[in-house]
Design a protein around this ligand. Structure first.
Ligand code: GLU
Length: 423
């Protein structure tokens, strides 16, 4: 299987992990059948007026995979490559991510298939508001709670919240802020949510370094994708003395053997939309990026970026998956052969949904926790999930990815066993 996004059947790949975990945990066949498919798959076509006056019809999605542990939860992706198959995979992964972390949410994912970079801020606002309105009561603070993902941010979430609140009953308005998470702090967001996914990745790397007596001070990293996850991981790693020596995004790849100033590069990307034109780095090819010798590799872009070829070329000691599904099964097999450890996505990037959960709790209780409180809780939850996953993997002599899927599946199966099937 090559790393070609056009042909990739991501959902079937995730179903494969579930199969393996189900065989290992002895899951009853009816529970496997329930979890094998999402509960709801919603596709909406909606018109929006462009700045030019022209009307354009967009295709929006919301996949609700499972809600046995709590309301559906997961991001909204704005990207030209969005497909139903991809969102089904991502929604399924959210069910597993929440179950692994012990967060009382299920899994969902949605988005719109378009190129957000080609639209003005006014168009993005109208697209988001019309999409939220079209979703109507298919989302809600106790039902399905969207969050940022690729191509969306805290501003997108505030527009969604405002649209949802304004179309609901007046007396409930303030109760409804929890309809989305990842909002700006001013509009009900949590401290620490913006950098939370990157922070979770770094907590996992620190745990690995401690267990393997590896000194992070002076270490190097390569980071694919310099959006929210990649840039925050890079900034937080810099604080630990780890320098990012190569990075890349949709515009191309850059290398700087001395290490990038992660803060400056983050500011540059925020202002310019990509790393293109950043002056302090040499242009390299995608292949050269994957061949760059470094201690850590953080894939933080799209799924299916590491196939067999990339896996063979990588010269790193550890991979921490900031993205969802960045390594395809062929890439994973090569890495396993070569003995390169991988901290799997549903563990490594769970910091985002963890702080989303804290945001939801704060909204519901009309509280605002300080940054120390959020960080203390986040560290505790990520560390616990990391330890449980690695212990299980060692005990059963299995890959950490399948260990993470199995642990999550055990909680889901217990829930089904306790509740039974209605009626
Ligand atoms: N989109 C993020 C993820 O894939 C965050 C989801 C959330 O905060 O609900 O985990």
């Amino acid at each position: 299987m090559s790393a070609n996004p056009e042909e990739y059947r991501f959902f079937e790949v995730v179903q494969g992990y579930i199969e393996q975990a189900a065989a290992l945990t002895g899951l009853p066949s009816h529970v496997k059948a329930i979890l094998a498919e999402p509960k709801n798959e919603l596709i909406i076509h909606f018109p929006v007026r462009m700045d030019s006056g022209e009307m354009r019809v967009f295709k929006g999605y919301r996949v609700q995979h499972n809600n046995v542990m709590g309301p559906y939860k997961g991001g909204m992706r704005y990207h030209e490559q969005v497909t139903l198959n991809e969102l089904k995979a991502l929604a399924t992964q959210m069910t597993w991510k929440c179950a692994l972390l012990g967060i009382p949410f299920g899994g969902g994912k949605g988005g719109i298939k378009f190129k957000p970079r080609e639209h003005s801020i006014d168009e993005l606002r109208r697209i988001t508001r019309r999409f939220t309105h079209a979703l109507g009561s298919n989302i809600g603070p106790s039902h399905d709670i969207p969050a940022p993902d690729m191509g969306t941010n805290s501003q997108t979430m505030v527009w969604m919240m405002d649209t949802y609140i304004n179309t609901g009953p007046t007396y409930e308005k303030n109760d409804q802020r929890a309809v989305v998470t990842g909002k700006t702090i001013n509009s009900g967001g949590s401290e620490g949510r913006e950098a939370a996914t990157g922070q979770g990745v770094v907590h996992c790397i620190k745990e690995w370094a401690r267990e393997n007596r590896f000194d992070l001070e002076g270490a190097t990293a390569i980071v694919q994708g310099f959006g929210n996850v990649g840039s925050n991981a890079s900034v937080l790693l810099a604080k630990l003395g780890v320098s990012t020596i190569a990075t890349g995004d949709h515009s191309g790849y850059l290398r700087n053997e001395e290490g990038f100033n992660a803060h400056k590069l983050q500011d540059y990307v925020q202002a310019n939309g990509s790393i293109a034109g950043y002056p302090r780095g040499d242009k390299i090819t995608r292949k050269e990026f994957f061949e760059t010798k470094a201690d850590l590799f953080i894939p933080a872009a799209l799924e299916n970026q590491v196939g067999a070829e990339e896996a063979n070329n990588l010269k790193v000691r550890l991979i921490a998956e900031g993205a969802n599904g960045p390594i395809n099964p062929d890439g994973a097999a090569v890495l396993a052969d070569r003995g390169v450890p991988v901290i799997p996505d549903i563990l490594a990037n769970a910091g985002g949904v963890t702080v989303s959960y804290y945001e939801w709790v704060q909204n519901r209780n009309s509280e605002h926790w300080d940054s120390e409180e959020v960080q203390r809780r986040l560290l505790h939850m990520i560390r616990r999930a990391y330890q449980r996953t690695m212990f299980y993997a060692t005990e059963k002599k299995i890959d950490p990815r399948i260990a993470a899927y199995s642990l999550a599946l055990e909680s889901l199966a217990t829930s089904y066993a306790e509740r039974g099937i209605f009626p």
